[in-house]
Design a protein around this ligand. Structure first.
Ligand code: ZN
Length: 344
């Protein structure tokens, strides 16, 4: 029997039903292929003050990496329960906003494809060219039949990408301090937190802020398991949607701070313990065994909590003096860009 929706979407819809006015919801776009049509939801909590600090969690951009959507829905569900009973959290939400876009590429999730139904890799689809992109996987315009296809030149972005961009922009545009976390999974033995850029190995303007956030994470949870690093340290790519959102935001020019992060869950941990997973299309990207799947779903609760507290307490790490910011940039330079020319 062909499935016409996703359990992840059903969970979001059940959540919308049960939360009433404590949560706002919106369908950003529909992803469509023939008769199949699936909604891309955004849900948000907290203040509607456009300038308030904002945190956004995103998942399911690469359909094959379904665990990203599942982690996002799981974080949404836990957070929504806290919103119900935790008065501290309710007070926090008077000052900040938290939003979730868990299934950016729902048909991709349904069909276990990385790309959207038109064969476009959404994370290569933004109108941005990289400096020295990785061959093939950095994005190409040859054919939608090949992975990492960017789409045709000078065409609008795919509807799924447009929905994501609009949904994020609505939330962060005038915010004084925004963090977004986009949940993916891929090869590697460790969970990584990537900050921009994807398009170039040059440091991005808010390197100091990124380092300050890493510092907060290290000091608060010294035994955390994330590797925090620039995305382009691994490879550079065309068309990254977060590069695009960051550049469009023009936060620095407007006195606003924005830190777009990607969580790249290290899927080799799952494959190493269960190598036969390699023989399934979704095997290399997802924890297929029950207990490992459960563990992955709860693995990032602490990170969510830290990010909420971080946006609610900007004075501790984000409202830096010029001197503190310089210190962080210098430390970041030594940590991540040693040997690379330092640009301001
Ligand atoms: Zn991905």
């Amino acid at each position: 029997m062909a499935m016409s929706t996703l359990p992840e979407i059903q969970q979001i819809e059940a959540r919308i039903e049960s939360m009433g006015s404590a949560m706002r919801s919106e369908i950003l776009e529909y992803s469509q292929d023939g008769d199949l049509r699936l909604p891309i939801y955004k849900v948000s909590f907290g203040t509607t003050d456009p300038q308030a600090p904002v945190l956004g969690i995103v998942g399911g951009v690469h359909g094959l990496e379904r665990i990203g959507a599942q982690v996002t829905v799981s974080l949404l569900n836990s957070f929504a329960e806290l919103v119900r009973w935790d008065r501290q959290m309710q007070r926090t939400l008077q000052d900040v906003r938290v939003f979730f876009i868990p299934t950016v590429n729902p048909i991709g999730i349904l069909r276990k494809t990385r790309s959207n139904p038109r064969g476009v890799d959404l994370m290569r689809n933004a109108p941005i060219d990289a400096d020295k992109p990785a061959r093939w996987l950095g994005g190409h315009r040859y054919s939608a039949k090949l992975p990492w296809y960017r789409g045709k030149e000078n065409e609008p972005m795919e509807v799924e990408a447009q929905g994501l961009v609009r949904g994020v922009q609505q939330e962060i545009k005038d915010s004084q301090l925004a963090i977004t976390l986009d949940c993916h999974s891929g090869f590697g033995l460790q969970d990584r937190l990537w900050f921009p850029y994807a398009r170039t190995q040059d440091p991005f303007p808010e390197l100091g802020l990124a380092h300050s956030f890493k510092n907060l994470l290290d000091q608060t949870y010294p035994h955390h398991f994330y590797k925090f690093e620039p995305q382009a340290g691994t490879y550079t790519t065309h068309g990254d949607l977060w590069d695009y959102l960051y550049l469009q935001h023009q936060g620095i020019e407007r006195g606003k701070q924005y830190l777009p992060l990607c969580l790249e869950m290290g899927s080799w941990m799952w494959v190493k313990k269960h190598p036969s997973q390699l023989f399934r299309a979704d095997g290399p990207f997802n924890p297929l065994i029950g207990h490992r799947h459960q563990r992955t779903l709860r693995r990032h609760n602490t990170l969510l909590e830290l990010m909420i507290r971080a946006i609610a307490n900007p004075s501790v790490w984000a409202a830096l003096t010029a001197e503190q910011l310089d210190q962080h940039r210098l430390q970041a330079q030594n940590l991540w860009y040693a040997g690379v020319g330092f640009r301001r």
